[in-house]
Design a binder for this molecule. Structure first.
Ligand SMILES: NC(=O)c1ccc[n+]([C@@H]2O[C@H](COP(=O)([O-])OP(=O)(O)OC[C@H]3O[C@@H](n4cnc5c(N)ncnc54)[C@H](O)[C@@H]3O)[C@@H](O)[C@H]2O)c1
Length: 269
């Protein structure tokens, strides 16, 4: 597939593992130069080493997205190393379900709410703002924000996460409007349950992780959980000039989960 992104500079937040790392691999295959921004240095360095040993150009910039100054530094370092920014993949996110251990509304610590919003929403805005002067110089500028099925619908025990992902959907549409005169496209990709560390952590907190996984899979018309590659494929399309007429979209990659709100027969172990 020619994504028309040869030589493009892509920042991927939360690129150390999961959806971010898989997207980084596809981006490298497409000829992008990739900046992995994360706090997990061990995993990020391993990911960068994989990408570069395959012949790609990739660097790791340590960046805690709760720190506005670190976000400024991320943009400055990217421009210093690669000379500009074409694509911003705002992928990093944290969930609150396992953090809050299914707490009731009056047990949810305000610090958890703030942290979820700081990483999932505020950092997204700050990074878009910091990258804007560079994105507007690109002739293939695109921002892809990661939402969730929780951007569209409520799910149990995700009060802060769900609200933050709802904000991502409208942040995306407002950014698409604000940046349209600069020809910067802005879209959101909204996964359903995808097999990454985030999902593993969630499942491990359940009484029977195997059964919980099968129940989750059964809520998808596809009858299975998502794989990072499923999400990365759509992300690459939204990042690419191939989707030049797509902006302000909140694009589901949910295995059909929100096409209905039912449950298929749970596959036995
Ligand atoms: N996995 C799913 O089922 C699922 C479903 C819907 C949406 N999403 C969204 O997909 C995105 C990627 O998640 P994933 O499933 O690959 O999860 P993941 O936990 O594997 O990856 C998240 C990455 O974000 C990084 N990160 C966390 N806090 C950070 C911070 N303060 N600064 C910088 N980096 C930080 C982590 O180190 C990690 O590398 C998230 O926005 C998540 O909400 C995931």
């Amino acid at each position: 597939m020619d994504y028309q992104l040869d030589g493009a500079v892509m920042i991927i937040t939360g690129g150390a593992g999961g959806i971010g790392a898989t997207t980084a691999r596809l981006a490298i295959e497409a000829g992008c130069r990739v900046v992995i921004a994360d706090i997990n240095s061990t995993a990020a360095e391993a990911t960068v080493s994989d990408l570069t040993s395959a012949g790609g150009e990739a660097v790791y910039v340590e960046c805690d997205l709760t720190d506005p100054l670190a976000i400024e530094r991320l943009v400055a370092e990217t421009v210093e190393v690669f000379g500009g920014i074409d694509v911003l993949f705002n992928n990093a996110g944290v969930a609150d379900a396992m953090l809050t251990d299914k707490l009731a509304i009056d047990e949810l610590p305000i610090e958890v709410w703030d942290r979820v919003f700081d990483i999932n929403v505020k950092a997204m805005f700050l990074l878009c703002r910091a990258a804007y002067p560079h994105l507007k110089k690109s002739d293939r500028a695109a921002i892809v924000n990661v939402g969730s099925v929780g951007s569209i619908s409520a799910f149990p025990h995700t009060l802060a996460y769900g609200a933050s992902k709802g904000a991502v959907a409208l942040l995306t549409k407002n950014l698409a409007l604000e940046l349209s005169d600069d020809a910067i496209r802005v879209n959101a990709i909204c996964p359903a349950t995808t097999e990454t560390q985030m999902t593993k952590d969630y499942l491990e907190a359940q009484g029977d992780p195997e059964l919980a996984a099968r129940h989750m899979a059964a809520s998808h018309l596809a009858g299975r959980l998502g794989q990072p590659q499923d999400i990365a494929n759509v992300t690459m399309f939204l990042a690419s000039p191939l989707s030049s007429f797509v902006t302000g979209a909140v694009w589901l990659a949910d295995g059909g989960q929100l096409a209905w709100r039912g449950q298929k027969e749970v596959v036995s172990a």
